[in-house]
Design a protein around this ligand. Structure first.
Ligand SMILES: [Zn+2]
Length: 237
């Protein structure tokens, strides 16, 4: 689909691909693009998570906690300056955002979404706290007019991220209280904590809600460390 869409504005071969995190809907065409001669960029953690073979990223870089928001790669092409900016472990432990300086656009991948509830893939190194940190970083990188492009949902501006951030903070706090009282995951899920957000959350399926609440339930107990891009998360029956 990306190839098909790209031919709407160019027939030139795709030379550069950046994987903004490891999920199949963001890496699945790597083999195809590598076969066409593209060079694939990604965080080192992401490369470690992929099976060896065609389409594994060849140029890698790391998130530097001492310099959040610093571009790891800057490309000057077609009159545009494009930055690959590695993110803290947030949606996964291998996230990258892509800034188009001239166009004033930032592709913000999946730590924010406005279709379905927040998804921190903790097993792949993500965390809800990291997603809050990622939103905070965007608030400093973007100006009021910057177009933000999420991986799932519609185009937004930085102020649109704030209600989402507030929801994550609210749910974490309420789940923390319940878990602190010894409430089981089953009972926390049954408490329907997201009810007041359903009206404003497109794609609010039961699965999306339960996943979000389960993430919060695991996270308030403390997450295992990230090792080679992964965490060994508890399994819930
Ligand atoms: Zn994803």
């Amino acid at each position: 689909m990306v190839r098909k869409r790209s031919t709407e504005f160019t027939n030139a071969p795709i030379k550069v691909v950046v994987n903004t995190h490891v999920h199949g809907d963001h890496t699945g065409a790597n083999g195809f693009f590598a076969g066409q001669g593209a060079v694939i960029f990604a965080q080192e953690n992401l490369r470690k998570e992929m099976a060896p073979g065609a389409g594994v990223p060849v140029v890698t870089y790391n998130y530097d906690a001492a310099a959040p928001g610093r571009a790891a790669v800057t490309l000057n092409m077609n009159g545009e300056t494009v930055d690959f900016i590695p993110m803290m472990p947030s949606h996964t432990a291998g996230d990258t955002i892509v800034r188009f300086r001239k166009a004033n656009v930032i592709y913000i991948e999946d730590f924010y979404r406005n279709f379905g509830y927040p998804f921190a893939d903790q097993g792949n190194g993500g965390s809800l706290q990291g997603m809050l940190d990622a939103v905070d970083l965007i608030e400093t990188l973007a100006d009021a007019k910057t177009t933000l492009v999420p991986g799932h949902g519609t185009l937004v501006h930085k102020q649109d991220l704030l209600p989402y951030r507030a929801m994550v903070v609210d749910i974490l706090a309420r789940v923390k209280t319940l878990r602190g009282q010894g409430t089981s995951l089953k009972d926390v899920l049954a408490a329907d904590l997201t009810a007041s957000y359903d009206k404003t959350t497109l794609g609010d399926t039961q699965q999306s809600k339960d996943r979000f609440i389960t993430e919060a339930y695991d996270e308030v107990a403390g997450l295992p460390p990230v090792v080679d891009g992964k965490r060994s998360m508890p399994v819930h029956p």
